[in-house]
Design a protein around this ligand. Structure first.
Ligand SMILES: Cc1ncc(COP(=O)(O)O)c(C=O)c1O
Length: 394
């Protein structure tokens, strides 16, 4: 029934969400463990949940709130941005998660037909946000083959040679799916290139607290920089849907234009969720970093599971909750390998082609408690040993 001719090309030409495909795969396999979805295993702070539980009867919770977010939460976020992120000239808008923040930004800064820049492996949802808003000229730059860092020399050439100049450069730091951290001097160079070319830099800091082995996350500020943040992973609040945008206060009109988009998508982020965010924030960043530090065990367990691929095939694990691995050359179809691993070995990964890199896989180490992670890793190791030695035996 019906015809594709009746549906918007904008939607039809947008990639199918990889997570939806993977969830279907998981449903079809009995007893599989997932190293696929980018989630954490913990719940929001108990103290914050208890406070919020008492709020449901308050009529204010059921009404619309200010588009830009609850004043108390915005105040707390501005304080956090100043103290933790050293962002002193930024305004804040609360959104229904970082993904919605990104859509707000694209709709506010880009016109259909503009070109934009991302780096492979890229975050699939950002790519789709461009596609579905008509920003289809997406220039995908390479990552450094060793470190996966965005190639700034390529960016310099691209910003110089592309006419009209790309409107926006997007990076995720630390990276999804790469799991690598962009060191401050490189981020600064990318920022300078964007500023000099007259293009925006959007930095997704969803994993700001997820830094390992003594690394420290840094944000940059400037009138060409927009920073995105999320409560989802840090506070185990994925389903509550709260994120925020820190944008330069001095850029005339930016706040007003962002507000138009906000008013037409969520109007405001869920009020009870914003309350939970506020009370979670009161727990302090240590609440998050205590949990993140525990994830090192999971990372090392999963690294062992990936060992059949060889050390050089595995990258990431510096930040975020991801490892990124190259499959042996003779298996370029990463979707096929992911299906086989799920059906034969009961462990699920994310195919790298969804991030612009066929022949790779993304492995998340945030979603399982240690015991479950160990089980997943053992299955992964067995599966990869078989893949390397015998191929995809059914
Ligand atoms: C880099 C990045 N940005 C944004 C999101 C989405 O976050 P939120 O749940 O706040 O929309 C994710 C979730 O996986 C992510 O990895």
């Amino acid at each position: 029934m019906g015809s594709h001719g009746m549906l918007a090309r904008r939607a039809l030409l947008t990639d199918t969400p990889v997570m939806v495909q993977i969830q279907a795969l998981i449903r079809g396999v009995k007893d599989c463990v997932s190293l696929a979805q980018g989630v954490v295993y913990w719940q929001p702070p108990i103290q914050a949940l208890e406070k919020v539980q008492k709020l449901v009867w308050d009529p204010v919770i059921s009404r619309y709130g200010a588009d830009e977010g609850l004043p108390e939460l915005r105040e707390a976020l501005l304080k956090k941005l100043r103290h933790e992120n050293k962002l002193h000239r930024s305004s804040v808008m609360v959104t229904a998660g970082a993904n919605q923040a990104f859509v707000n930004i694209v709709l506010t800064l880009c016109d259909a037909g503009d070109s934009v820049v991302m780096f492979a492996p890229y975050y699939f949802n950002s790519y789709m946000s461009f596609q579905m808003t008509g920003v289809t000229d997406i220039l995908v730059g390479p990552g450094d083959p060793k470190m996966l860092h965005p190639d700034a020399d390529w960016l310099e050439r691209t910003l110089k040679d592309t006419k009209p100049t790309p409107k926006l450069v997007s990076v995720v730091n630390p990276g999804n799916p790469s799991g690598t951290y962009i060191p401050e001097p490189l981020l600064q160079r990318i920022s300078d290139l964007c500023r000099d070319a007259g293009c925006w830099l959007v930095v997704d800091n969803t994993y700001e607290y997820f830094m390992y082995d003594g690394r420290k996350h840094v944000c940059l500020e400037g009138n060409h920089i927009v920073n995105v943040f999320s409560f989802s992973k840090a506070y185990g609040m994925m389903g509550w849907r709260v994120g925020y945008i820190a944008f330069p206060s001095e850029v005339e009109g930016l706040s007003a234009q962002l507000l138009k988009v906000q008013d037409n998508i969520p109007i405001c982020a869920s009020i009870i969720s914003q309350r939970l965010a506020l009370h979670s924030l009161e727990m302090g960043p240590e609440w998050v970093t205590d949990r993140v530090n525990e994830l090192v065990k999971n990372r090392d367990i999963v690294l062992e599971g990936l060992s059949p691929l060889g050390k050089d095939a595995v990258k990431g694990g510096e930040g975020a909750i991801y490892l990124w691995a190259k499959l042996p050359d003779k298996f370029p179809d990463d979707f096929e390998v992911v299906r086989w691993l799920a059906q034969k070995h009961g462990v699920v990964l994310i195919p790298g082609s969804s991030s612009g890199c066929p022949g790779y896989v993304r492995i998340s180490f945030g979603g399982l408690i240690e015991d479950q992670c160990r089980i997943a890793s053992e299955r992964l190791k067995k599966g990869l040993e078989e893949l390397v030695n015998k191929g995809m035996v059914l």
